[in-house]
Design a protein around this ligand. Sequence first.
Ligand code: BGP
Length: 481
Amino acid sequence: MNTFRKDFLWGGATAANQFEGAWNLDGKGPSVSDMCTNGTHDVPKRITTTIEENTLYPSHEAIDFYHHYKEDIKLFAEMGFKVFRFSIGWTRIFPTGMEDKPNEAGLKFYEDVVDECRKYNIEPLITLSHYEMPYALVEKYNGWYGRECIELFVKYCEAVFERLKGKVKYFLTFNEINSGTMPMGNVLSLGTVQGYSGPITKVPDDPKIRFQALHHQFVASAKVVKLAHEKYPEFKMGNMICFITTYPFTCDPADLLAAQKRMQILNWLCSDVQVRGYYPAYAERYFEENDIVIKKEAGDDEILKEGTIDFYTFSYYMSGCATTHDITDDDKVKGNLTGGLKNPYLKASDWGWQIDPEGLRYTLNAIYDRYQIPLMVVENGLGAFDKLEEDGSIHDSYRIDYLRSHIEQMREAVKDGVDLMGYTPWGCIDLVSASTGEMAKRYGFIYVDKYDDGTGDLSRRRKDSFDWYKKVIATNGEDLA
Ligand code: BGP
């Protein structure tokens, strides 16, 4: 019976804005995430148009990977990582996104990080854009709504490719590109927040603007993939989708259709474009019914066709339900990027994300059936409160249980015939939460002494899950005990 490939890429995932810190060092410019304050479980974080005094901006220091990368990569190597997913901060390379020449210090930093990975035979997996477009582009163009961003992004990627060619093989274009199908995408990925200051949950939302901005990202992604294929044939280019598996709330056929519609728009639309090279048929009706008219320029359709990706990657944390029936507030549940309906068969994390390992097997099968290209789970994990014991240990058995149950289901999916390349659990080292800006929502195998009020000595400690994951990797996923 099939099990994980011999060359299965076990590792972990991070994002520049959530762990690097050094937000304004060595020439780096401000990105959208640098303009975001911290929030909590119940109070949403804010985006501001200028940096306010006496306000905490968690990305500014984060866990200071910028100055700790050698120590951190050494710890990843100790766990046996085969791959390390991280993102490049666009504003480290082009501080406003609009300069003619890249910032040498920024390129050098990422080259050093890559060299450090290579020293331990860790394969870098690089996300080119992970929730951090240059804030100057928000001010000038309303983020990705401006078509100008396409060429600026291609220029940035080319500078990265030129510097890292020969050292890096795997790239992802946009993190969770489908967040642009949801209002939260305005802040996180599209930067369509020109002039807005306030809670990120209240950003004015216009689907016409959002889907136009998303179209520009599709074109930019395809152009970058095409460039890579033509100029750097050794590169493998992937996409990245936030997969929100959705079930019908009841067996009423109307609920099945509601779930299907949600799956189409939220989960499939973007990857249909990125894998197949054109907008799916169902998008037309959705656009019509929502008054969305995508302005395309001559050549866009060809570019989308020519820039299809080589492998499909996604994040998976939870599932939700959809219904046409009346619901009460009790039926609602929080979740990643968007809320959903409570599934009575599932338990939820402390942040209300419904834990559903079998949903991961279902999802892997559904994606592979649709596209038949290699898949990778590049984010998965449990955001939880951890307790630091007096002796410095952290007993995170709940995290081990979560990860074990998901790896078991990945193994089942491989037996089902899915071609799975690798697994990089999210936040392999504690980092700032994307949705709330908290440190208290921890995912790591490595505990970082950093707290919600900005205090902490930034020291690193191994949690119980560190040794557990090390064993999982050493046995290629056989020993999950
Ligand atoms: C994904 C993002 C990540 C990450 C993760 C966990 O949507 O790609 O950046 O943060 O979710 O979410 P959170 O940090 O909100 O718990």
